[in-house]
Design a protein around this ligand. Structure first.
Ligand SMILES: [Zn+2]
Length: 134
């Protein structure tokens, strides 16, 4: 099973949970779940946008709809490296976490061939349960 298949299935599960929350008039929860769908499977952006419109339209008052939009909304952004990432609505960051980290390490004078950087990378990969790069 590929990563995109897993993302598709997981996003579908989240969408089904969002539908249940919507039917129970729990629009805040439904909106939060659709935000997670966006993060999980950004390739279905059109589907998530339609779901968000429906949730906001169903929210009992304009104030509730605005609260949902302002407080919970996350935007899916495409970094220049090609990675999709989410940021809170209103945040202006244009780089994914990996690119931000790479930039900050470079600014601090730490380069990929630095032994401390290699040690840190190895530690992080091990902690995530992945095999370190050779
Ligand atoms: Zn990036």
């Amino acid at each position: 099973m590929t990563g995109s298949t897993i993302s598709y299935r997981y996003a579908t599960q989240l969408r089904d949970q969002a539908r249940t929350a919507y039917r129970q008039h729990d629009y805040d929860r439904a909106f939060e779940l659709i935000c997670r769908c966006q993060e999980t499977d950004p390739t279905r952006a059109g589907e998530w946008a339609e779901a968000m419109k429906a949730i906001i339209a169903a929210a009992p008052s304009q104030e509730t709809a605005e609260t949902i939009k302002a407080g919970r909304r996350k935007d899916v952004i495409r970094c220049h490296c090609g990675t999709h990432f989410t940021r809170p609505h209103g945040n202006t960051s244009t780089q994914c976490l990996n690119c931000q980290t790479r930039k900050r390490l470079r600014q601090a004078g730490i380069h990929p061939d630095d032994p401390a950087h290699h040690q840190l990378t190895t530690h992080n990969q091990t902690a995530r349960g992945r095999r370190p790069a050779p």
